[in-house]
Design a protein around this ligand. Structure first.
Ligand SMILES: [Zn+2]
Length: 231
């Protein structure tokens, strides 16, 4: 049987694939980088956190975050309001960046990760699931809710001396959304997700009599048996 090889992403050392159990870590012998560290119940935890994030998304974005009261003048606003205010004042580039990194991409990321985890959980992964998970990984660095959170905190600290600050429902929902987003990324075991997608998709192709090599013919024919041996 052909042995599977893995490449250290830090120092490019080529190593033979070894099976790792939950609680163990596979380290590169040359540079010490963590190559694999299985996490317990990753799929279930990702499902729970992404569905929480999706539920909190609308109130976090559209409900008022804070109310400032200075000398009888009240001012309040949501994240959606901040985007509209930037566009109204002709800060188009900043407005579009806020829209993409705080409103659009965080939602797409949550929905994509939820969809991938739900498909894996039901055992129905296909090669399309692999493509979606790959796109999710590309989008990962574009969601910047935490940067927006720093902006909110800086505003609170600056305004505390000159205005009374009231925390609205949107603020607590935004903290929940941020925690769910960061938490889902923390409990995500990418290596396990890839193994499960590969195994389920290959089994489906075998059962359906399809060519496991797909159209491009780049996946070795021993994938299913080998995946079974590895997992
Ligand atoms: Zn290495």
């Amino acid at each position: 049987m052909i042995k599977k090889a893995i490449l250290c992403p830090e120092c490019d050392l080529l190593l033979e694939q070894a099976s790792v159990r939950e609680g163990e870590k596979l380290l590169c012998p040359r540079c010490g980088a963590v190559l694999d560290a299985p996490k317990k119940h990753s799929v279930e935890k990702v499902l729970a956190l992404t569905s929480t994030g999706i539920l909190l998304y609308a109130p976090a974005i559209f409900l008022p975050l804070l109310t400032f009261d200075a000398a009888g003048l009240e001012s309040t606003g949501s994240i959606a309001d901040s985007f509209m205010a930037l566009m109204d004042t002709h800060f188009y580039f900043t407005g579009i960046m806020v829209f993409l990194t705080t409103i659009f991409i965080p939602l797409v990321k949550l929905m994509m990760l939820f969809a991938v985890a739900a498909v894996i959980q039901t055992g129905r992964s296909t090669r399309k699931t692999a493509v979606m998970f790959r796109y999710y990984q590309h989008m990962d660095e574009w969601g910047m809710l935490e940067v927006y959170m720093i902006g909110i905190l800086v505003t609170i600290i600056k305004m505390l001396h000159i205005a009374h600050v009231q925390y609205d429902v949107g603020f607590y929902c935004f903290i929940g959304l941020l925690a769910a987003t960061l938490g889902s990324a923390a409990v995500l075991d990418k290596s396990q997700f890839w193994k499960l997608i590969d195994r389920q998709a290959t089994e489906k192709e075998r059962a359906g009599g399809a060519d496991p090599c797909g159209q491009k013919g780049v996946i070795p024919a021993e994938t299913a048996a080998d995946a079974g041996a590895r997992l």
